[in-house]
Design a binder for this molecule. Structure first.
Ligand SMILES: Cc1cc2nc3c(=O)[nH]c(=O)nc-3n(C[C@H](O)[C@H](O)[C@H](O)COP(=O)(O)OP(=O)(O)OC[C@H]3O[C@@H](n4cnc5c(N)ncnc54)[C@H](O)[C@@H]3O)c2cc1C
Length: 376
Protein backbone atom coordinates (compact mmCIF):
# COMPACT_ATOMS: atom_id res chain seq x y z
CA UNK A 1 0.00 0.00 0.00
CA UNK A 2 1.40 3.45 -0.96
CA UNK A 3 1.63 5.72 2.07
CA UNK A 4 0.26 8.89 0.46
CA UNK A 5 -3.38 9.50 1.15
CA UNK A 6 -5.64 11.73 -0.93
CA UNK A 7 -8.78 13.64 -0.18
CA UNK A 8 -10.29 12.66 -3.51
CA UNK A 9 -9.57 9.92 -6.05
CA UNK A 10 -11.11 10.10 -9.50
CA UNK A 11 -11.38 7.37 -12.12
CA UNK A 12 -11.55 8.64 -15.73
CA UNK A 13 -10.11 11.81 -17.26
CA UNK A 14 -13.00 12.63 -19.58
CA UNK A 15 -14.90 15.84 -18.94
CA UNK A 16 -16.71 14.39 -15.88
CA UNK A 17 -13.52 13.30 -14.13
CA UNK A 18 -11.72 16.52 -15.07
CA UNK A 19 -14.64 18.61 -13.82
CA UNK A 20 -14.48 16.85 -10.44
CA UNK A 21 -10.70 17.34 -10.35
CA UNK A 22 -11.02 21.08 -11.10
CA UNK A 23 -13.79 21.57 -8.54
CA UNK A 24 -11.72 19.66 -5.96
CA UNK A 25 -8.45 21.58 -6.44
CA UNK A 26 -10.36 24.84 -6.21
CA UNK A 27 -11.37 23.75 -2.71
CA UNK A 28 -7.77 22.90 -1.78
CA UNK A 29 -8.23 19.10 -1.80
CA UNK A 30 -5.42 16.70 -2.64
CA UNK A 31 -6.53 14.78 -5.72
CA UNK A 32 -5.40 11.67 -7.58
CA UNK A 33 -6.80 11.09 -11.08
CA UNK A 34 -6.55 7.79 -13.01
CA UNK A 35 -7.07 7.40 -16.75
CA UNK A 36 -6.67 4.01 -18.39
CA UNK A 37 -5.45 5.48 -21.69
CA UNK A 38 -2.31 7.55 -22.24
CA UNK A 39 -4.74 10.36 -23.13
CA UNK A 40 -8.51 10.39 -22.77
CA UNK A 41 -9.89 9.34 -26.16
CA UNK A 42 -13.58 8.62 -25.56
CA UNK A 43 -16.72 10.76 -25.87
CA UNK A 44 -15.06 13.82 -24.32
CA UNK A 45 -12.71 14.22 -27.28
CA UNK A 46 -15.07 12.89 -29.96
CA UNK A 47 -17.84 15.45 -29.62
CA UNK A 48 -18.74 18.75 -31.30
CA UNK A 49 -17.35 20.80 -28.44
CA UNK A 50 -20.61 22.61 -27.92
CA UNK A 51 -21.47 24.14 -24.60
CA UNK A 52 -25.10 24.12 -25.44
CA UNK A 53 -27.72 25.50 -23.02
CA UNK A 54 -30.32 25.32 -25.82
CA UNK A 55 -30.17 21.53 -25.56
CA UNK A 56 -31.52 21.61 -22.02
CA UNK A 57 -35.10 22.04 -20.91
CA UNK A 58 -35.99 25.39 -19.35
CA UNK A 59 -35.37 25.48 -15.59
CA UNK A 60 -32.64 23.62 -13.66
CA UNK A 61 -31.08 21.99 -16.77
CA UNK A 62 -30.72 25.31 -18.56
CA UNK A 63 -29.43 27.03 -15.42
CA UNK A 64 -26.83 24.31 -14.87
CA UNK A 65 -25.70 24.72 -18.49
CA UNK A 66 -25.33 28.48 -18.00
CA UNK A 67 -23.30 27.90 -14.84
CA UNK A 68 -21.06 25.46 -16.76
CA UNK A 69 -20.65 28.09 -19.47
CA UNK A 70 -19.10 30.44 -16.89
CA UNK A 71 -16.85 27.65 -15.60
CA UNK A 72 -15.66 26.85 -19.16
CA UNK A 73 -14.82 30.52 -19.73
CA UNK A 74 -12.87 30.63 -16.46
CA UNK A 75 -11.03 27.42 -17.35
CA UNK A 76 -10.20 28.70 -20.84
CA UNK A 77 -8.70 31.85 -19.29
CA UNK A 78 -6.66 29.82 -16.80
CA UNK A 79 -5.45 27.06 -19.11
CA UNK A 80 -5.33 28.90 -22.45
CA UNK A 81 -7.54 26.72 -24.69
CA UNK A 82 -9.66 28.24 -27.47
CA UNK A 83 -13.31 29.08 -26.87
CA UNK A 84 -15.74 30.91 -29.11
CA UNK A 85 -18.90 32.57 -27.77
CA UNK A 86 -20.52 32.19 -31.19
CA UNK A 87 -24.13 31.32 -30.27
CA UNK A 88 -26.46 28.99 -32.16
CA UNK A 89 -28.72 29.33 -35.17
CA UNK A 90 -31.74 27.03 -35.53
CA UNK A 91 -32.97 27.24 -39.13
CA UNK A 92 -36.49 26.22 -40.17
CA UNK A 93 -37.01 24.50 -43.53
CA UNK A 94 -40.77 24.06 -43.02
CA UNK A 95 -43.60 26.15 -41.68
CA UNK A 96 -44.19 23.78 -38.72
CA UNK A 97 -40.51 24.11 -37.72
CA UNK A 98 -40.83 27.88 -37.80
CA UNK A 99 -43.92 27.62 -35.61
CA UNK A 100 -41.99 25.57 -33.04
CA UNK A 101 -39.17 28.14 -33.03
CA UNK A 102 -41.63 31.01 -32.60
CA UNK A 103 -43.40 29.20 -29.74
CA UNK A 104 -40.08 28.55 -28.03
CA UNK A 105 -39.10 32.19 -28.43
CA UNK A 106 -42.44 33.39 -27.04
CA UNK A 107 -42.40 31.12 -23.98
CA UNK A 108 -38.72 30.73 -23.06
CA UNK A 109 -36.74 33.01 -25.28
CA UNK A 110 -35.65 35.85 -23.02
CA UNK A 111 -32.36 36.06 -24.94
CA UNK A 112 -33.33 34.54 -28.31
CA UNK A 113 -34.23 36.36 -31.53
CA UNK A 114 -36.45 35.31 -34.40
CA UNK A 115 -34.76 36.04 -37.74
CA UNK A 116 -36.14 36.33 -41.26
CA UNK A 117 -34.38 34.27 -43.97
CA UNK A 118 -32.34 37.35 -45.01
CA UNK A 119 -31.40 38.16 -41.42
CA UNK A 120 -30.35 34.52 -40.90
CA UNK A 121 -28.10 34.59 -43.95
CA UNK A 122 -26.56 37.85 -42.71
CA UNK A 123 -25.66 36.05 -39.48
CA UNK A 124 -24.37 32.97 -41.37
CA UNK A 125 -23.57 33.76 -44.99
CA UNK A 126 -23.37 30.14 -46.25
CA UNK A 127 -27.05 29.52 -45.56
CA UNK A 128 -29.30 29.52 -48.64
CA UNK A 129 -31.88 32.11 -47.64
CA UNK A 130 -34.33 31.04 -50.37
CA UNK A 131 -34.54 27.55 -48.87
CA UNK A 132 -35.45 28.47 -45.30
CA UNK A 133 -38.54 29.95 -43.61
CA UNK A 134 -36.59 31.78 -40.95
CA UNK A 135 -34.45 31.00 -37.91
CA UNK A 136 -33.97 31.37 -34.17
CA UNK A 137 -30.70 32.82 -32.89
CA UNK A 138 -29.50 32.22 -29.33
CA UNK A 139 -26.37 33.98 -28.01
CA UNK A 140 -25.41 31.68 -25.11
CA UNK A 141 -24.01 28.65 -26.92
CA UNK A 142 -20.22 28.33 -27.15
CA UNK A 143 -17.73 26.15 -28.98
CA UNK A 144 -14.47 24.66 -27.78
CA UNK A 145 -12.12 22.25 -29.57
CA UNK A 146 -12.58 19.07 -27.46
CA UNK A 147 -9.22 17.29 -27.92
CA UNK A 148 -7.32 20.53 -27.26
CA UNK A 149 -9.45 21.60 -24.30
CA UNK A 150 -9.33 18.18 -22.61
CA UNK A 151 -5.56 18.06 -23.07
CA UNK A 152 -5.09 21.63 -21.79
CA UNK A 153 -7.13 20.96 -18.64
CA UNK A 154 -5.23 17.71 -17.99
CA UNK A 155 -1.86 19.47 -18.41
CA UNK A 156 -2.97 22.30 -16.14
CA UNK A 157 -4.00 19.81 -13.43
CA UNK A 158 -0.65 18.01 -13.77
CA UNK A 159 1.14 21.26 -12.90
CA UNK A 160 -0.80 21.63 -9.64
CA UNK A 161 1.15 20.32 -6.63
CA UNK A 162 -2.04 19.04 -5.05
CA UNK A 163 -2.86 16.79 -8.03
CA UNK A 164 -1.36 13.53 -9.20
CA UNK A 165 -2.51 12.50 -12.69
CA UNK A 166 -1.84 8.88 -13.61
CA UNK A 167 -2.41 8.27 -17.31
CA UNK A 168 -2.23 4.77 -18.77
CA UNK A 169 -3.36 3.26 -15.49
CA UNK A 170 -6.56 1.26 -15.35
CA UNK A 171 -8.38 1.05 -12.04
CA UNK A 172 -9.72 -2.45 -11.44
CA UNK A 173 -11.09 -1.94 -7.94
CA UNK A 174 -12.44 1.18 -6.26
CA UNK A 175 -14.47 1.45 -3.08
CA UNK A 176 -14.43 1.92 0.69
CA UNK A 177 -11.61 4.43 0.41
CA UNK A 178 -9.23 2.20 -1.60
CA UNK A 179 -8.25 2.32 -5.27
CA UNK A 180 -6.31 -0.52 -6.89
CA UNK A 181 -4.48 -0.60 -10.20
CA UNK A 182 -1.86 -3.01 -11.52
CA UNK A 183 0.87 -0.77 -10.10
CA UNK A 184 -0.43 -0.27 -6.57
CA UNK A 185 -3.09 0.86 -4.14
CA UNK A 186 -4.05 4.29 -2.86
CA UNK A 187 -6.30 5.63 -0.13
CA UNK A 188 -8.78 8.45 -0.55
CA UNK A 189 -11.54 9.96 1.60
CA UNK A 190 -13.88 10.09 -1.41
CA UNK A 191 -13.83 8.24 -4.72
CA UNK A 192 -15.59 9.46 -7.88
CA UNK A 193 -15.86 6.91 -10.66
CA UNK A 194 -16.38 8.86 -13.88
CA UNK A 195 -15.87 6.02 -16.33
CA UNK A 196 -18.19 7.25 -19.09
CA UNK A 197 -19.50 4.48 -21.32
CA UNK A 198 -17.07 1.87 -19.95
CA UNK A 199 -19.38 -0.46 -18.11
CA UNK A 200 -17.29 -3.61 -17.82
CA UNK A 201 -14.47 -2.58 -15.46
CA UNK A 202 -15.99 -1.16 -12.27
CA UNK A 203 -19.42 -1.93 -10.78
CA UNK A 204 -20.49 -3.70 -13.98
CA UNK A 205 -23.13 -5.65 -12.04
CA UNK A 206 -24.65 -2.37 -10.78
CA UNK A 207 -24.54 -0.71 -14.20
CA UNK A 208 -26.17 -3.72 -15.89
CA UNK A 209 -29.15 -3.52 -13.53
CA UNK A 210 -29.84 0.12 -14.28
CA UNK A 211 -31.93 1.54 -17.04
CA UNK A 212 -28.85 3.00 -18.79
CA UNK A 213 -28.77 2.98 -22.58
CA UNK A 214 -25.66 3.11 -24.80
CA UNK A 215 -25.80 5.41 -27.78
CA UNK A 216 -23.46 5.36 -30.78
CA UNK A 217 -23.03 8.59 -32.77
CA UNK A 218 -21.34 9.24 -36.13
CA UNK A 219 -19.42 12.40 -36.96
CA UNK A 220 -17.50 13.92 -39.88
CA UNK A 221 -14.90 16.65 -40.19
CA UNK A 222 -14.33 18.83 -43.25
CA UNK A 223 -11.77 21.50 -44.04
CA UNK A 224 -12.18 24.33 -46.54
CA UNK A 225 -10.36 23.58 -49.79
CA UNK A 226 -9.20 27.19 -49.99
CA UNK A 227 -9.50 30.47 -48.13
CA UNK A 228 -11.39 31.16 -44.95
CA UNK A 229 -14.84 29.82 -44.23
CA UNK A 230 -16.71 31.34 -41.36
CA UNK A 231 -20.09 29.88 -40.39
CA UNK A 232 -20.69 32.29 -37.49
CA UNK A 233 -22.92 30.54 -34.95
CA UNK A 234 -23.29 26.76 -34.78
CA UNK A 235 -26.03 25.80 -37.22
CA UNK A 236 -28.76 23.24 -36.80
CA UNK A 237 -32.01 22.46 -38.60
CA UNK A 238 -35.53 21.19 -37.94
CA UNK A 239 -34.47 17.62 -37.07
CA UNK A 240 -32.70 19.00 -34.02
CA UNK A 241 -35.98 20.28 -32.61
CA UNK A 242 -37.16 16.66 -32.27
CA UNK A 243 -34.04 15.79 -30.38
CA UNK A 244 -33.91 18.35 -27.57
CA UNK A 245 -36.08 18.50 -24.46
CA UNK A 246 -36.05 22.29 -24.75
CA UNK A 247 -38.74 22.15 -27.48
CA UNK A 248 -40.87 19.45 -25.85
CA UNK A 249 -43.45 21.93 -24.54
CA UNK A 250 -43.98 23.80 -27.81
CA UNK A 251 -47.57 23.15 -28.93
CA UNK A 252 -46.63 22.56 -32.60
CA UNK A 253 -43.90 20.00 -31.87
CA UNK A 254 -46.19 16.96 -32.27
CA UNK A 255 -47.46 18.13 -35.66
CA UNK A 256 -43.87 18.71 -36.79
CA UNK A 257 -42.75 15.30 -35.52
CA UNK A 258 -45.64 13.58 -37.30
CA UNK A 259 -44.57 15.10 -40.62
CA UNK A 260 -40.91 14.20 -40.09
CA UNK A 261 -41.82 10.62 -39.09
CA UNK A 262 -43.75 10.16 -42.32
CA UNK A 263 -41.43 12.11 -44.68
CA UNK A 264 -38.03 11.12 -43.31
CA UNK A 265 -38.29 7.62 -41.77
CA UNK A 266 -34.63 6.78 -42.42
CA UNK A 267 -33.58 9.90 -40.45
CA UNK A 268 -35.84 8.85 -37.58
CA UNK A 269 -34.49 5.29 -37.72
CA UNK A 270 -30.89 6.44 -37.24
CA UNK A 271 -31.77 9.29 -34.87
CA UNK A 272 -30.16 11.78 -37.23
CA UNK A 273 -30.15 15.45 -36.48
CA UNK A 274 -27.88 17.75 -38.36
CA UNK A 275 -25.49 20.17 -36.72
CA UNK A 276 -22.54 22.12 -38.13
CA UNK A 277 -19.93 23.42 -35.69
CA UNK A 278 -16.66 25.15 -36.48
CA UNK A 279 -13.37 24.92 -34.62
CA UNK A 280 -10.35 27.21 -34.31
CA UNK A 281 -8.73 25.68 -37.44
CA UNK A 282 -11.67 26.68 -39.66
CA UNK A 283 -12.68 23.00 -39.79
CA UNK A 284 -16.35 22.03 -39.81
CA UNK A 285 -17.63 19.26 -37.56
CA UNK A 286 -20.79 17.81 -39.04
CA UNK A 287 -23.05 15.19 -37.46
CA UNK A 288 -24.71 13.28 -36.01
CA UNK A 289 -26.74 10.10 -35.61
CA UNK A 290 -28.03 8.26 -32.55
CA UNK A 291 -28.19 4.47 -32.59
CA UNK A 292 -29.35 3.19 -29.23
CA UNK A 293 -28.55 0.00 -27.39
CA UNK A 294 -25.78 -1.04 -29.74
CA UNK A 295 -23.58 -3.55 -27.95
CA UNK A 296 -20.75 -4.17 -30.41
CA UNK A 297 -20.81 -2.39 -33.75
CA UNK A 298 -17.38 -0.96 -34.47
CA UNK A 299 -18.26 0.04 -38.05
CA UNK A 300 -19.20 3.45 -39.41
CA UNK A 301 -22.26 3.34 -41.66
CA UNK A 302 -21.58 5.39 -44.80
CA UNK A 303 -25.35 5.46 -45.41
CA UNK A 304 -25.79 7.57 -42.27
CA UNK A 305 -23.14 10.07 -43.31
CA UNK A 306 -24.73 10.40 -46.76
CA UNK A 307 -28.12 11.10 -45.18
CA UNK A 308 -26.63 13.79 -42.93
CA UNK A 309 -24.98 15.55 -45.88
CA UNK A 310 -28.07 15.24 -48.08
CA UNK A 311 -30.19 16.96 -45.44
CA UNK A 312 -27.64 19.71 -44.86
CA UNK A 313 -27.17 20.33 -48.57
CA UNK A 314 -30.77 21.63 -48.76
CA UNK A 315 -29.84 24.85 -46.94
CA UNK A 316 -26.05 24.76 -46.49
CA UNK A 317 -24.20 23.56 -49.61
CA UNK A 318 -21.19 21.34 -48.97
CA UNK A 319 -19.01 23.11 -51.54
CA UNK A 320 -15.27 23.72 -51.48
CA UNK A 321 -14.99 21.47 -48.46
CA UNK A 322 -12.82 18.38 -48.17
CA UNK A 323 -13.76 15.45 -45.91
CA UNK A 324 -10.82 14.80 -43.57
CA UNK A 325 -12.10 12.53 -40.78
CA UNK A 326 -14.99 10.27 -39.89
CA UNK A 327 -15.47 8.69 -36.49
CA UNK A 328 -18.00 7.42 -34.01
CA UNK A 329 -18.42 7.96 -30.29
CA UNK A 330 -20.43 6.32 -27.55
CA UNK A 331 -22.10 7.74 -24.50
CA UNK A 332 -24.39 6.39 -21.80
CA UNK A 333 -27.81 7.91 -21.36
CA UNK A 334 -30.06 7.68 -18.32
CA UNK A 335 -33.53 8.09 -19.91
CA UNK A 336 -35.58 10.83 -18.27
CA UNK A 337 -32.56 12.15 -16.33
CA UNK A 338 -29.64 14.45 -17.11
CA UNK A 339 -27.09 12.13 -15.41
CA UNK A 340 -26.71 8.91 -13.42
CA UNK A 341 -25.39 8.87 -9.85
CA UNK A 342 -24.96 5.74 -7.74
CA UNK A 343 -23.58 5.70 -4.21
CA UNK A 344 -21.61 2.46 -4.00
CA UNK A 345 -20.67 2.96 -0.34
CA UNK A 346 -20.52 5.89 2.07
CA UNK A 347 -17.63 7.55 0.20
CA UNK A 348 -17.72 6.13 -3.36
CA UNK A 349 -19.87 7.58 -6.14
CA UNK A 350 -20.38 6.34 -9.68
CA UNK A 351 -21.18 9.31 -11.96
CA UNK A 352 -21.99 8.90 -15.64
CA UNK A 353 -24.98 9.00 -18.01
CA UNK A 354 -24.79 12.64 -19.11
CA UNK A 355 -25.89 11.49 -22.58
CA UNK A 356 -25.42 14.16 -25.23
CA UNK A 357 -24.89 16.91 -22.65
CA UNK A 358 -21.74 16.01 -20.75
CA UNK A 359 -19.64 18.89 -22.04
CA UNK A 360 -22.50 21.25 -21.24
CA UNK A 361 -23.43 19.94 -17.80
CA UNK A 362 -20.50 18.16 -16.13
CA UNK A 363 -18.52 21.23 -14.92
CA UNK A 364 -21.44 22.74 -12.99
CA UNK A 365 -22.66 19.31 -11.86
CA UNK A 366 -19.26 18.56 -10.28
CA UNK A 367 -19.21 21.96 -8.52
CA UNK A 368 -22.71 21.47 -7.10
CA UNK A 369 -22.04 17.86 -6.14
CA UNK A 370 -18.87 18.67 -4.18
CA UNK A 371 -20.62 21.56 -2.45
CA UNK A 372 -23.53 19.37 -1.36
CA UNK A 373 -21.22 16.56 -0.26
CA UNK A 374 -19.18 18.75 2.03
CA UNK A 375 -22.11 20.79 3.38
CA UNK A 376 -23.07 19.33 6.78
C1 LIG B 1 -20.25 12.33 -31.22
C2 LIG B 1 -20.62 13.01 -29.91
C3 LIG B 1 -20.99 14.35 -29.92
C4 LIG B 1 -21.31 14.99 -28.71
N1 LIG B 1 -21.48 16.35 -28.71
C5 LIG B 1 -21.60 16.99 -27.52
C6 LIG B 1 -21.61 18.41 -27.47
O1 LIG B 1 -21.39 19.08 -28.46
N2 LIG B 1 -21.88 19.01 -26.28
C7 LIG B 1 -22.08 18.29 -25.13
O2 LIG B 1 -22.36 18.88 -24.09
N3 LIG B 1 -21.96 16.94 -25.13
C8 LIG B 1 -21.73 16.27 -26.29
N4 LIG B 1 -21.62 14.92 -26.30
C9 LIG B 1 -21.71 14.18 -25.04
C10 LIG B 1 -20.40 14.25 -24.24
O3 LIG B 1 -19.30 14.07 -25.11
C11 LIG B 1 -20.42 13.19 -23.13
O4 LIG B 1 -21.59 13.35 -22.35
C12 LIG B 1 -19.21 13.38 -22.23
O5 LIG B 1 -18.04 13.47 -22.97
C13 LIG B 1 -19.10 12.20 -21.25
O6 LIG B 1 -17.94 12.46 -20.49
P1 LIG B 1 -17.41 11.44 -19.40
O7 LIG B 1 -16.19 12.01 -18.81
O8 LIG B 1 -18.54 11.06 -18.49
O9 LIG B 1 -17.08 10.11 -20.23
P2 LIG B 1 -15.84 9.81 -21.24
O10 LIG B 1 -15.50 10.94 -22.08
O11 LIG B 1 -16.22 8.52 -21.90
O12 LIG B 1 -14.62 9.56 -20.26
C14 LIG B 1 -14.55 8.44 -19.40
C15 LIG B 1 -13.07 8.14 -19.20
O13 LIG B 1 -12.93 7.14 -18.18
C16 LIG B 1 -11.86 6.31 -18.52
N5 LIG B 1 -12.02 5.04 -17.78
C17 LIG B 1 -13.10 4.21 -17.83
N6 LIG B 1 -12.93 3.17 -17.01
C18 LIG B 1 -11.71 3.35 -16.41
C19 LIG B 1 -10.97 2.59 -15.45
N7 LIG B 1 -11.44 1.48 -14.91
N8 LIG B 1 -9.75 3.05 -15.07
C20 LIG B 1 -9.25 4.22 -15.58
N9 LIG B 1 -9.91 4.97 -16.51
C21 LIG B 1 -11.13 4.53 -16.90
C22 LIG B 1 -12.01 6.15 -20.03
O14 LIG B 1 -10.80 5.73 -20.64
C23 LIG B 1 -12.43 7.55 -20.45
O15 LIG B 1 -11.33 8.36 -20.83
C24 LIG B 1 -21.31 14.24 -27.49
C25 LIG B 1 -20.97 12.90 -27.50
C26 LIG B 1 -20.60 12.28 -28.69
C27 LIG B 1 -20.19 10.82 -28.66
Amino acid sequence: MKTRNFDIAIVGAGITGLSFACAAVKRGYRVILFEKNEQACSASVRNFGLIWPMGQSAGPGYERAIKSRELWLQLARETGFWVSENGSLFVALHEDEMQVLEEYHKNFGSVTKILSPSEASNVSSHILKDKIRGALFSPHEMTINPPEAIQAITKWLKKNNNVEVRNGEMVYEAGNGIIRTSSGSWKADNIFICSGSVTHTLYSDVLKQQNLVSCKLQMMKFRPVRGTFNIGPTICGGLTLMHYDAFRHCPSIEKMKKRIFSELPEYVRYGIHVLVAQNNYNELLIGDSHEYGIEIDPFIKTEINKLILKYLDQYFPIKNLELTNIWSGIYLKNPGNTEFVYRADSSTFLITGFGGGGMTLAPAFAEDFLTSLRTP
